[in-house]
Every structure is written in structure tokens, then in C-alpha cells.
Design a binder for this molecule. Sequence first.
Ligand SMILES: [Zn+2]
Ligand SMILES: [Zn+2]
Length: 216
Amino acid sequence: MLIDLHLHTSAHSPDSVLKPHRACERALDLGISVIALTDHDHVWSHAEIDQLRARYERLAILRGVEVSLVDSYHAVVIGEDFKLDAGPPLTPAQLKARLDACARPSFCFVAHPFYHTPERTAELDALLRFVNGIECNSPYCCEKGHLVVAGRKVPLWYADALKLCSEFRVPALFNSDSHHEGTLGTMATKVDLVYSGQDEFVVALKAAVTSLVQDL
Ligand SMILES: [Zn+2]
Ligand SMILES: [Zn+2]
């Protein structure tokens, strides 16, 4: 199945013009089975996300958030009971404490890891010690320069990010990081999983083998 775990909507990301219902319709048109709503430092309420879930039953809509961290790092968290009750920005330790406070399963990945700082810093390492995945490509990741590898557009630090996935034994994620309709489907993750609910899905994703798809 195809999944896109990094999307910003106009509902809660001031820099996005992507309306939530259009994100859902476009994802379905493109054959994407799972999307995560990951607005900047805002977690959707259950009442609000349930309305969208009821309207698009064929699409799995995950409850997520992109958390701003110190030193310009960003982490995406997917979790039905994740609470963002401090910041931004959060330190890696503050993020970890909030993940540990979840009773239900969560999935956390570093977004665009080398985008702001090309070096592997102590702050990045602090995150890598507990995250469940690493975003290795998105249109945003390629904004400061890209390579074409096997016909695919990838960021300059693509190989470094993939190496981190091996080192920390976590899946690589490929997302659209969409802020408008046009980027949906430009990048997504292919994964061999069956969806049977958010909690089950995020647990299975931690050990999943993933691959990059582009230009659906
Ligand atoms: Zn970001
Ligand atoms: Zn983002």
C-alpha cells in the first residue's frame, strides 16, 4: 500500500493552503491508502478528525503533528493520545517524555534530518536514540539541492539518511510534506502492510520494509 505520513492542512498550519477534504480526495484519487495529518505544533482534536474519518471511510486518516524542536529540528509524531502541552520548541527530552506518557502506541520520525544542519549533531543523535523512523525524502528535502539516483530525485544527503536508518534499524519514510494540492503524490512510501486501525498500523510500521515512490 501507499502511505504519506507528512501533510499540512489549511485547518491548522498557517503556511498551508491544502484544505483537509481536498487532501483526502486527492489521496484517494492517487491510490494512497493512509495519510497522516501533521500540522505544525497542533494536534487535531478527536471530534474534528472523526468528522473527516466519517466522510472518507476508504482512507485511513492518522492523527499526527509536526513538532518544532530546538536547533530547527522537526519530528513528526503519530499517536491517538499524544498530547502537545508545551513549547514550541521542545527539546528531544521533552518530546521523549510526551511520547512515554502515551498509553496507546505512537510512531515518531525525524523530518528532513539534514535540511537545516548538514552535519550529524549531538541534538540529532539525541533524537535518533528514540525515534521510530527517519524521513529520507520529500519535495522539501530536495529544496536546497538534489541528485538524481536511478531516475529519482533525492536530496544531497539521501545516502547519509539511509545509512542512519540502517544504523538505528528504523524504516525510511518518504513523504510529500504537502502544503498545497500539487505536491500530493509527488512522493510517498510503499509498504507491505494491511491497515486495520491506527494503533495496529503504527506498531507494524516500526518493523516494516519501505520503499520510495515518486510521481504517482
Ligand atoms: Zn518540517
Ligand atoms: Zn512539514
